[in-house]
Design a binder for this molecule. Structure first.
Ligand SMILES: [Zn+2]
Length: 361
């Protein structure tokens, strides 16, 4: 795909230096390109934002999105928020057709959610027993883009509360199988009890992680295990609690307790040195395009503004193997009129979005 040459000048993050940059054949260069059109001057240039937990493929109410137009609409809502790459963290449908759409963000897939029978949102996961988990992990690892998604805990209606989905041997075998396939593993967990086995078995990331304790945070920090807190989703815990109150009072009280402690967990993880990344959990009950809200929530939980921004940009990009604003890198950049580190509210107003070297907004 050939794109006309561009010129941008401004303060380049994360280093904060004022620079002139050109885009040739969709890639950054510091060499002036004759005839390049200046598309931005004097702004703050932020490496394309990342939503590290974002379900393109899950529609309102948790129903799979089967048609390309529906998938495009979700991806375009992310793009409008400056999200130029996303980790889908599990999708019930094949979204590969999006890879042929050059105007859409890059999707890094995690295959399908893997859950124990009747232990996740109906219709979304591959549901299977512990003896089959490792084999299915291999299947999903080969389908994905370097990630596999386990559902680590969910309400167990027999217990009336959150409970782990898998025995430790199954978790250990599944994570080892993914690693053999060259994939990283992440797991949905709200509560605490599923976490020790996942972390001990060498999982690469924890989603939500509201049940993390000080001890588990210390182990994650030592191992380099990341967390994607999805605070935009955690805001909904009180409504999950209210919905379950009558039949599952213990679950309701657990969800309220986890909600109340969620900010402190994020702060403790960050302060302990656990890599924290921004993910909205969009799809289903959460609208696409809310990365700025998640960054603000991470900051309110205790991350310095610059760290909260890094969690949705250069930090997340490095973690996912994506380059930033550098010679030869694909030109994915979001420009703001003011310094977003000084006021994260700026993130809600991208002045220019360049995706694959093309101005898209
Ligand atoms: Zn999710």
């Amino acid at each position: 795909m050939s794109t006309p040459p561009l010129h941008l000048s401004g303060v380049v993050l994360p280093d904060g230096e004022h620079r002139d940059l050109w885009v040739r054949d969709g890639r950054f260069t510091t060499e002036p390109v004759p005839g390049a059109e200046t598309v931005s001057r004097g702004g703050w240039l932020v490496p394309g934002l990342v939503d590290a937990h974002c379900h393109v493929g899950i529609g309102r109410g948790g129903t799979p999105v089967e048609d390309l137009a529906g998938l495009r609409e979700q991806a375009l809502a992310e793009r409008a928020a400056g999200v130029l790459a996303l980790r889908d963290c599990g999708a019930p449908v094949d979204t590969r057709a999006l890879d042929d759409e050059p105007d859409l963000p890059q999707v890094i897939r995690a295959g399908r959610h893997l859950a124990a029978p009747k232990r996740y949102i109906p219709g979304l996961a591959v549901e299977l027993g512990p003896a089959d988990l490792a084999d299915e992990v291999r299947v999903q690892a080969r389908r994905g883009d370097g990630w596999v998604k386990l559902v680590g805990d969910w309400i167990d209606r027999g217990v009336g509360d959150l409970a782990p989905e898998w025995p430790e041997e199954a978790v250990a075998a599944a994570i080892a199988a993914a690693h053999e396939e060259g994939a990283r593993v992440t797991a949905h967990t709200f509560g605490t009890d599923a976490l020790p086995a996942l972390i001990r078995s060498g999982i690469d990331c924890i989603e939500h992680g509201t049940g993390l304790t000080e001890e588990l945070v210390a182990e994650m920090a030592a191992r380099g295990t990341a967390v994607v807190p999805t605070l935009v989703n955690v805001e909904h815990f009180p409504s999950f609690a209210a919905a379950g109150e009558k039949r599952f009072p213990a679950y309701a009280s657990t969800m309220r307790r986890l909600h109340a402690g969620s900010g402190a967990v994020v702060r403790a993880a960050y302060e302990a040195g656990v890599p924290v990344f921004a993910g909205t959990d969009a799809g289903g009950g959460i609208e696409h395009g809310r990365i700025a809200d998640e960054v603000r929530a991470l900051h309110e939980a205790g991350l310095p503004a610059e760290a909260a921004l890094a969690a949705a940009s250069w930090g997340a990009r490095a973690w996912l193997g994506l380059p930033c604003i550098e010679e030869g890198a694909r030109a994915d950049v979001v420009v703001y009129d003011a310094d977003p580190r000084a006021d994260l509210a700026t993130l809600a107003r991208p002045a220019r979005i360049v995706l694959r070297g093309r101005v898209v907004a």
